[in-house]
Design a binder for this molecule. Structure first.
Ligand SMILES: [Zn+2]
Length: 269
């Protein structure tokens, strides 16, 4: 494909504007802003506006869900840090599979690539909402690997009915939008099946990884079980999981998996 530089420039300018608004609204921090220029720019320029609308919808809905009842989540000790402003690792974890497929689509346009893209965006939104809405569940979440066992709110690998419902509805929203803007010549049923199935399996895969291989630590100072290497300004003790698999790595793997599910479902239906 030949890229029209003027057209690409206008698109990138729009991405910068959306980025600045997101930065002002504290949906991203400065590093997240820079990463979102990369992801958003690649998707808009190589995938086109319809692809961009879908990732933008994820970005807005994820941002709103993180802010939603933030104070309540903060008091429970389960809120995202920095008022929920996402850093570059989170943006790349959720957006790089999608950006990669968009760039490939710039050279070979193929329905399969879009199916993978839809799977990636559906997983990203399903997983984010499962967490952000699930945190507000009045019931204790249960471990995905042992549904009879209750776990602390905010624990990776914990699932709740409220979170699952939010997750499925949000993935369905991406499928519905795909149909409305006619991102592909697909009927509503195809778009919905791909988005909901990949969003469900992608976010479930995320929980499974979170419950099994994700690194867990114990703080030497306050004694809390945590998912980060540092706590109370000290190195924490490694309890279980692989030290290189943190929350963002789990997200990256899950979104890539969801993208594969999208492609598989596309072939099966
Ligand atoms: Zn601590």
């Amino acid at each position: 494909m030949t890229i029209n530089l003027f057209d690409a420039g206008i698109k990138f300018l729009l991405v910068i504007i959306f980025g600045i608004v997101s930065l002002k609204l504290k949906i991203v921090d400065f590093t997240g802003f820079l990463a979102s220029l990369l992801v958003g720019g690649a998707i808009f320029i190589f995938g086109g506006w319809k692809w961009f609308v879908l990732i933008l919808t994820f970005h807005i809905v994820a941002g709103l869900s993180t802010k939603y009842k933030y104070e309540e989540k903060r008091q429970k000790g389960v809120a995202e840090e920095k008022k929920g402003a996402r850093a570059w690792q989170n943006v790349l974890a959720n957006g790089s599979a999608a950006a990669f497929l968009a760039v490939v689509n710039g050279f070979i346009i193929n329905d399969v690539l879009f199916a993978g893209y839809l799977g990636a965006v559906s997983t990203a939104i399903a997983d984010t909402l499962a967490t952000e809405i699930g945190l507000l569940s009045p019931k204790q979440p249960r471990s995905i690997v042992n549904l009879s066992k209750e776990v602390l709110s905010g624990t990776s690998g914990g699932v709740s009915l409220l979170g699952e419902i939010a997750s499925i509805l949000s993935a369905g929203l991406i499928g519905l939008l795909t149909y409305i803007i006619a991102a592909q010549n697909w009927n509503l049923q195809t778009a919905l099946i791909i988005s909901v199935v990949s969003g469900f399996f992608g976010s479930t895969f995320d929980s499974l990884l979170g419950a099994t291989v994700q690194a867990r630590y114990k703080c030497k100072v306050c004694g809390k079980n945590i998912e980060k290497k540092f706590h109370c300004e000290k190195h924490a003790i490694h309890l279980k999981g692989y030290s290189w698999i943190d929350n963002n790595m789990v997200n990256l793997l899950a979104v890539t998996f969801g993208s594969g599910v999208g492609i598989l479902v596309f072939h099966l239906i």
